[in-house]
Design a protein around this ligand. Structure first.
Ligand SMILES: [Zn+2]
Length: 275
């Protein structure tokens, strides 16, 4: 029993699940088109790096044209500590510094500046912008947050882009990247959440199945992992406590660091659908 409990830790269970997914799910990324022109939709500045920073770098190195569209202004992440205009400016500068590590230029970025946390109130206006961008760029691949990615701006970004794709009506590959979906047992934390067990178990099973089997495309980003790490480090407001304030929250606070660690494993995963 001692051996069993030693072996059966949360970490190795989550690795077993991912290995099972690799073995039995549809794709392993070998047929992923690195050269395809792409647009990455990020709900907040930093999601593009967390979810697909390595894949963006590989694509840029392969000569692909990649555009990043940041949907909201990011004003609420530290609203208790700093005023909105300062935080908006800070996060935008961080995004543009991170861009260099990914091989992108400021001109590759579009900031739609919808108010953070309130994207769902601007669905039709945002959809018009997205349709316009799709028509201008004619991408072969579109990256969006995963459909179950928990935060309201993440789910709204998914919905806006998918409804824009129906208007655009041309063939593309949709790649959904998990960010907050990773913040689930066994990848992070405890299976006992804040809400009641009965409500949580079906969600745990759904999220676990999505990460294990639903995300059917895996990109090995080991060769460019240092670019992703460098890009992420530029997001100082999210990675380091600012103004010497010990209460300033950062990404490594989430689930005792297990959440941030998911993005530095050398693999990025996507739920891929052909449209
Ligand atoms: Zn976000």
């Amino acid at each position: 029993m001692v051996t069993l409990s030693k072996r059966f830790t949360r970490d190795n269970f989550s690795e077993i699940l991912l290995a099972a997914g690799r073995k039995w799910s549809v794709g392993d990324g070998h047929d992923f088109n690195q050269n395809a022109r792409a647009i990455v939709f990020a709900p907040h500045p930093d999601d593009e790096v967390l979810g697909c920073g390595g894949t963006i770098t590989l694509k840029v190195m392969a000569g692909a044209d990649v555009r990043v569209v940041v949907m909201t202004d990011g004003r609420t992440s530290h609203a208790k500590f700093v005023n909105a205009p300062t935080l908006i400016q800070m996060r935008r500068q961080e995004a543009l510094k991170a861009a260099k590590h990914l091989g992108l230029e400021p001109s590759d970025y579009t900031f739609l500046d919808f108010e953070d946390h309130r994207l769902h109130e601007h669905i039709s206006q945002a959809r018009r912008h997205v349709v316009e961008m799709l028509e201008q760029s004619e991408p072969g691949q579109v990256f969006v947050p995963h459909r179950h990615d928990r935060l309201s701006d993440h789910v709204a970004t998914f919905k806006i882009v998918v409804s824009a794709l129906h208007v655009y009506n041309k063939r593309i590959t949709l790649l959904e990247y998990p960010v907050w979906l990773w913040n689930t047992w066994p990848w992070t934390g405890s299976w006992r959440g804040e809400d009641s067990r009965t409500l949580r178990v079906p969600k745990l099973l759904r999220d676990g199945a999505e990460l294990t089997f639903g995300c059917n495309t895996r990109i090995d980003i080991h060769p460019v992992l240092r670019h992703k790490v460098g890009a992420l480090a530029e997001y100082r407001s999210q990675m380091q406590r600012q103004y010497n304030n010990p209460r300033w929250p950062i990404l490594s606070d989430v689930s005792g660091g297990a959440f941030l660690a998911r993005f530095l494993t050398g693999v990025e995963i996507f739920r891929r659908t052909e449209y």
